[in-house]
Write a protein that binds this ligand. Structure first.
Ligand code: IPE
Ligand code: IPE
Ligand code: MG
Length: 246
């Protein structure tokens, strides 16, 4: 967030960043290789681990990964079932290693439609990773930006307390986040499309957008660094004008 003087409007080195990633392109990656789409999702799991590693090596403090949208339930049953299996495997086999290294994990979105085995994996990992960590990893599963805002708005209305902070608290609560997060600074979308696809819409209100043609399974630490590099060149004004122009 900008400070009172708008000093983030000049190019300061990025610090304490919240980066969000729309991890798209895994299906096309597989199809281009004559493989079933699920092979792309399996390869995408390795790219997730690379992205977490890359973020850990930088000043990123919150990493939000758009993992499965509410609209993704509309895919063939077999693909959805395999995705749910991959999420469970990732939480059970990969994430504990990150938790040991100071990553605090939360899963945001709806839980009630997830397979019970995946819900158990989520409960297990969240139980061991609460508290202050070096980096917060948020996995958005069965997530819809609009649904999230709508649920929060309904709750907000029923509580009848009108502050902005209270809305942010309720939004975190209704999307099952442990606490409100700072706004997204940089939103990366892999896979070549230039759209938002119902990602965390409230949090990206002032995010810098970075679209890359790189398909998600190919995304590596250099791609992550390139996105941060591009971000560091952007001039964020938050509706103001640069200090140098005053
Ligand atoms: C994103 O990759 C992963 C999920 C939506 C779960 P896709 O599966 O959408 O890959 P493309 O866009 O079809 O290539
Ligand atoms: C966005 O990808 C959702 C995730 C990456 C989880 P989609 O493939 O679902 O988005 P559209 O359909 O291209 O907009
Ligand atoms: Mg896609």
């Amino acid at each position: 967030m900008p400070d009172e003087n708008g000093t983030r409007a000049v190019n300061l080195p990025p610090s304490n960043l919240h980066v969000a990633i729309i991890m798209d392109g895994s299906g096309r990656w597989a199809e281009a290789r004559g493989l079933p789409r699920v092979e792309g999702h399996r390869a995408g799991r390795a790219a997730v681990c690379r992205a977490v590693e890359a973020a850990l090596a930088t000043d990123v403090r919150v990493l939000t990964l758009f993992t499965f949208s509410t609209e993704n339930w509309g895919r063939p049953e077999g693909e959805v079932a395999e995705l749910m299996r991959i999420f469970g495997d990732f939480l059970r086999e990969d994430v504990p290693y990150f938790v040991l290294r100071g990553v605090c994990v939360t899963v945001i979105g709806r839980r009630d439609r997830l397979p019970p085995s995946l819900r158990e994996e989520i409960d297990t990992i969240e139980a061991v990773s609460n508290g202050e960590g070096q980096m917060r990893l948020r996995l958005a599963i069965d997530y819809s930006g609009r649904d999230s805002i709508l649920r929060a708005a309904n709750q907000f209305h029923s509580e009848g307390e009108g502050s902005y902070e209270n809305f942010c608290r309720i939004l975190a609560q209704t999307q099952l986040d442990s606490e409100p997060v700072p706004d997204v600074d940089l939103l990366i979308r892999a896979g070549g499309e230039q759209r938002l696809s119902n990602c965390p819409l409230w949090e990206i209100a002032y995010a810098e957008l970075y679209f890359t043609p790189c398909m998600w399974p190919d995304f590596d630490s250099e791609d992550f660094a390139a996105a941060l590099q591009e971000f560091s060149k952007r001039q964020r004004r938050f509706g103001r004008i640069p200090l140098a122009a005053i």
